[in-house]
Design a protein around this ligand. Structure first.
Ligand code: BGC
Ligand code: BGC
Length: 661
């Protein structure tokens, strides 16, 4: 172009070109384009570094906007208890997530990162969030609709913190309660676990009819990406040792551990996490046959597969012994995103050189990146990458706490009620002379929440907002005096004249390997508390635990026994049922053993000889004093209102002695 003098016209033309360059039509940015078109368009623009960046997930403690930008990081996570500040508010969370996101958006292609967190019983790392019962208790409710509603609420509470992705649900089929993660499993019976995958519909949204099987589905901004974990056989390890070896034939694998994955995929689950465990001696993180051959090819799963935390490191023993090999084996097995989570430069360097040496093929990389982008496009992350405070008021809101309370009520399993069927002990009367509440778990919110609550390992005492069982009992009985003594001695018992006692004892919180336990006893001095209290006054014992525990020796001492699992923040649900405002409906989702030397013992086993069988759960005779057979207080009110109205109506209709109709 000839431009002898710098004229205004020339300048305008130049500006025009510059503008046109900037506004080049980017197909991948156009939400009207089909997802697959957007994926193809974006992939062809990406460098290897940008692709490997997408396949990298790092922990928030090593993340910054600069790191996001420099390494094109595709994802960040909060590990257990990893929060921006103690007791952080939604605003602090949202700001943190947005700061990282701005780093990702400032890259050449502006691909948003996806932030993930373990919201495994509510948004449990977050202060003030509603903490729902752990899965073992939800299994006892036998109520998939309830679990779906918990998914809805959890999605909102996760979005309240600006986060769009949760590593839940755990769909392990726990076959041995000695496993430290047994409480993360809905049941020893795969059919119950399968039903409970309805939580995915709550988290991600109801899948539309005719949706292609295997293709991820996330309904919108009020939903989150879910993650079915841990693929596959995590609940079947030998003797319940965490991250260990699951020895099972094809029939057992496909019949027990795999079925919940079929359901999850049908319900549109967007991601699957691989298990630390091995299958017949082969590490799942390096298992090409199952991750690629079965999950992706046979089951047509089109979302992305994520590794577990340091999961590829643990392919070798000791972990990290040959990290380059770990990267090769993990990615070639079919892992799409690696939860690194700290040493990302080592991972990126190794992955890059493995591709350059053709040990990992470019088509494997493109498959991984396509899957990650598919989830990001489907969930609308490109259109709405930044969070705002519009969901902030969802965190720990009243309706969610009410829902958690309902879940607690329905999860309680009544194992014993009186010494003969005609002498039932529960429900307890609200009016009494004096009630004793005892035990290590009666007034400890941290204990009743269990592991994965505020901290990875859980905690003790007032870890967050909630209602302890003791507070709940006090508010239920009104004016009746309630005396609390954690571990009363004999003289205390003799000098006090209690009408009855409630003893709340159990396990202390734990997570993962720390929870592996071959004894399964309750925390001391729990057994002494039961002995001292129950031998002096009639008592109901409530067990707070992630699994069945040794209880047979103390059973004759107590009038009633209730399994409350790990109920979470809403302890009011326990009192609701103890005092008969609601009935007991829970059924064991696990076999309750007599002694640990019977383990493993699951329903259907030839040596089955349980203390309480799978499916057991007493209900309360509705003619009991203090107990109404109506489903809820609201029902009772309804019945009264109808009765009064029909009485009035019949009075009107028979006015002055004549029936008018
Ligand atoms: C993290 C957890 C993680 C665990 C795995 C912890 O430090 O906080 O999120 O699951 O390590 O070993
Ligand atoms: C656990 C996973 C969890 C991850 C991130 C791992 O240790 O096995 O279940 O999602 O940490 O916290």
């Amino acid at each position: 172009m000839i431009c002898p003098k710098v004229s205004w016209g020339c300048l305008l033309l130049l500006l025009c070109f510059a503008w046109m360059g900037d506004a080049e039509y980017m197909k991948y940015k156009d939400p009207k384009q089909p997802v697959n078109t957007r994926i193809k368009d974006l992939i062809r623009r990406m460098t290897l570094a940008e692709k490997i960046g997408q396949m990298t997930q790092i922990e928030r403690s090593v993340a910054s906007a600069d790191v996001m930008k420099k390494y094109f990081i595709g994802s960040i996570l909060s590990g257990g208890g990893s929060v921006p500040a103690p007791q952080a508010t939604p605003a602090i969370w949202v700001n943190m997530v947005n700061e990282f996101q701005k780093g990702a958006l400032s890259t050449r292609l502006g691909i948003p990162m996806i932030y993930g967190i373990d919201a495994v019983h509510g948004n449990n790392n977050v202060y003030n969030a509603t903490i729902f019962p752990h899965n073992v208790g939800l299994g006892a409710t036998r109520d998939p609709d309830l679990v779906k509603r918990i998914g809805d609420a959890t999605a909102l509470e996760v979005r309240a913190t600006g986060i769009p992705y949760t590593f839940a649900p755990c769909i392990a089929v726990c076959r041995d309660p000695r496993w430290g993660r047994c409480y993360e499993s809905y049941s020893e019976d795969h059919k119950i676990v399968q039903e409970m995958t309805d939580i995915i519909i709550g988290l991600q949204g109801e899948i539309p009819e005719n949706h292609t099987k295997g293709v991820p589905y996330i309904a919108g901004k009020d939903k989150v990406v879910a993650c079915a974990k841990h693929f596959v056989g995590d609940g079947g390890t030998h003797n319940g040792v965490n991250e260990n070896n699951t020895i099972v034939d094809e029939h057992g694998l496909l019949g027990i551990h795999m079925p919940p994955y079929y359901d999850s995929i049908i319900k549109g689950v967007a991601t699957v996490m691989v298990s630390y465990s091995s299958l017949n001696g082969a590490k799942m993180h390096a298992n090409h046959d199952l991750v690629t051959g079965y999950l992706k090819s046979k089951l047509h799963f089109r979302g992305f597969v994520i590794s577990d935390w340091l999961g590829i490191d643990r392919i070798t023993s000791p972990p990290g012994a040959n990290y380059t090999y770990s990267v090769q084996a993990g990615i070639n097995a079919g892992i799409d995103m690696v939860m690194v989570p700290y040493n990302y430069t080592e991972y990126i360097d190794d992955a890059t050189s493995l591709v350059n040496k053709h040990i990992i093929s470019m088509s494997r990389i493109d498959d991984a990146v396509s899957r990650i982008l598919r989830v990001k496009f489907t969930m609308g992350l490109f259109e709405n990458p930044l969070a705002d405070l519009s969901f902030a008021d969802q965190l720990g809101k009243k309706e969610h706490r009410e829902l958690a309370r309902e879940a607690v009520r329905k999860s309680l399993v009544l194992l014993k009620n009186g010494n003969t069927p005609n002498q039932q002990f529960l429900p307890l009367p609200k009016k009494a002379r004096r009630i004793l509440v005892a035990g290590s778990h009666a007034s400890n919110l941290g204990y009743q929440c269990g592991g994965w609550s505020i901290q990875w390992m859980g905690g003790s005492g007032d870890i967050t907002a909630g209602t302890t069982v003791l507070d709940a009992i006090k508010s239920t009985v009104g004016d009746t005096p309630v005396v609390y003594s954690e571990n009363p001695d004999n003289s205390f018992m003799k000098t006090n004249d209690f009408s009855f006692a409630i003893v709340v004892v159990g396990e202390t919180p734990y997570a993962e390997t720390v929870g592996d336990d071959t004894d399964l006893t309750i925390l001391d001095p729990g057994p002494d508390t039961i002995r001292t209290v129950c031998s002096t006054v009639k008592c109901a014992v409530v067990i707070i635990s992630g699994r069945p525990v040794v209880i047979e020796p103390y059973l004759p001492l107590m009038e009633a026994l209730v399994a409350a699992w790990l109920p979470g923040t809403e302890g009011q649900g326990v009192a609701d049922v103890l005092f008969g405002d609601y009935g007991f409906t829970g059924k064991l989702s696990r076999t309750w053993f007599k002694s640990v030397d019977q383990l493993p013992m699951n329903v259907g086993d030839p040596h089955y000889d349980p203390l309480f069988p799978f499916g057991f759960g007493l209900t309360i005779n509705s003619s009991q004093p203090g107990f109404s057979g109506a489903d809820s207080p609201r029902d009772k009110t309804k019945i009264t209102v109808y009765a009064v109205l029909s009485l009035l109506l019949s009075m009107i209709l028979t006015f002055d002695g004549h029936r008018y109709i």
